[in-house]
Design a protein around this ligand. Structure first.
Ligand code: HAM
Length: 424
């Protein structure tokens, strides 16, 4: 039997790869415009890094990590997210000494979750991490970057922003006690999962998906009420910056996120169009993490988007431009073997003149009809044909493949005509 891919680790096939490239290119363009620089960190890290940063009693660390012993007996883990590795790298390489950093990254992450649409065991994130800036305007600028990206991709109308402040560690400790106090007397009314969270990570009960638990929480103390004055000021500065930038948001007091390193700002972009896995992007502030991982105290804030989910959304809204879905813009067809070298020389000329266009030459002969069929399948808008007649007269047949009149052109006229194409 043929060997199959690992469950939850799908291939990204040619027909989908265009959408991926489009997303990557748009993101990189925006990151450049905001002056970010790229960082690339390894896919495998010391297991302790994740336990210490994401938190021992989170779902990710308790149930979802791909952890193994290597041949030297070291415990290593396939990264379940990229923030921890970026923080480690920044500390290790002295990137945080008396300087700020605004970094972006992209790459696979691994979580042993139950696979379904929008949830995989190998998935891909694009993210940003900023170090050394405690000001809430940084949080707002990161959100603005994501907002710009959704606009650029044409999916902005299908997503919404949810925002919360989970306060400083002191505020959270205070709130945690109040929440546990409230829920302990109602423990028998909680769902099973939430009961087990009550002692270990009670704040996660807030984003339980179980209706009866949510009903119980209506009267629970509110996290907002536990925030310190500084926490509140930080949150107000964030919301005013977003208003200034014209970015709509909804404050969701139950938003806590599943990683332990956050403090103050947390946010998520969600959509209704993808069913249960509707969170396409999540992030927040983590001012204590650098110090917690052994660096000098440095504020940090960041986000990561799930590429699979963004691509699914782009596909469902049909926003991927044709040029990212097609193999070719121009398809060249030599009619006889004598025309082969001329047509390949013409292709080279066109590629030099129009580096953005995809120029495909037909190889393997066959009738004009069969060549035209292949040209059509390639997605090309233009077919160029050279046969005996053209070879003799020095012309090229210019054949619009999506409607329009066929013409005979000289090479100079052809180049003029192609420069009028919208993708050129
Ligand atoms: P996260 O919320 O765990 O945050 O993941 C970010 C995004 O990755 C999610 O919103 C989702 O779109 C995508 N994602 C997560 N798990 C899966 C999965 N199993 N399959 C497909 N997509 C998935 C983080 O990872 C933080 N490091 C984000 C961050 C950066 N916070 C600060 N800086």
């Amino acid at each position: 039997m043929a060997i199959q891919s690992v469950r939850g680790m799908p291939d990204i096939l040619p027909e989908q790869a265009g959408a991926w490239r489009y997303l990557e290119q748009q993101a990189q363009q925006i990151f450049d415009a905001y002056g970010l620089t790229q960082i690339r960190t390894p896919m495998v890290e010391d297991t302790a890094l994740f336990a210490r940063s994401i938190g021992d009693v989170t779902d990710i660390v308790e149930k979802e990590m791909y952890t193994f012993e290597d041949r030297s007996g070291d415990s290593l883990t396939l990264r379940p997210e990229l923030t921890a590795g970026v923080v480690r790298a920044a500390i290790e390489n002295g990137l945080l000494h008396n300087q700020t950093q605004r970094l972006w990254y992209q790459g696979p992450a691994f979580r042993h979750e139950r696979p379904q649409k929008g949830r995989y065991r190998q998935f891909h994130q694009i993210g940003v991490e900023c170090f050394g800036i405690a000001d809430a305007r940084m949080d707002a600028e990161l959100i603005e970057i994501t907002d710009q990206l959704w606009k650029q991709l044409g999916i902005r109308h299908a997503v919404g922003l949810e925002l919360n402040s989970i306060g400083s560690p002191e505020a959270r400790a205070h709130y945690r006690a109040a929440l546990v106090d409230f829920l302990s007397s109602r423990k028998d009314q909680l769902d099973e999962d939430s009961q087990s969270r009550l002692d270990r990570s009670p704040l996660r009960i807030l984003d339980s998906k179980i209706d009866s638990t949510q009903a119980l929480l209506v009267d629970a103390p509110s996290l907002m009420d536990s925030l310190t004055k500084e926490d509140r000021e930080h949150f107000t500065a964030l919301t005013s910056s977003l208003e200034e930038a014209g970015i709509e948001f909804k404050i969701n007091p139950r938003l806590v996120r599943g990683l332990d390193y956050y403090g103050r700002t947390v946010f998520e972009w969600t959509t209704q169009k993808l069913g249960a896995q509707g969170t396409i992007c999540g992030g927040g502030r983590y001012d204590g993490l650098v110090e917690h991982l052994g660096g000098r105290s440095t504020p940090g804030v960041g986000f990561a988007l799930g590429m699979e989910r963004v691509v699914l959304l782009m596909e469902s809204l049909d926003v991927v431009p044709d040029m990212y879905q097609n193999q070719a813009n121009i398809y060249l067809m030599p009619q006889q073997s004598e025309c082969e070298s001329v047509i390949r020389e013409l292709a080279r000329t066109l590629r030099t003149h129009f580096p953005k266009l995809r120029v495909l030459t037909h190889i393997g002969g066959g009738s004009l009809k069969s060549q035209l069929k292949k040209a059509d399948k390639s997605g090309a808008a233009i077919g160029l044909i050279i046969g005996h007649t053209e070879l003799e007269s020095g012309h090229i047949v210019y054949k619009p493949l999506r409607g329009g009149e066929q013409e005979m052109l000289t090479e100079a006229a052809l180049i003029n005509r192609i420069s009028e194409l919208k993708d050129a």
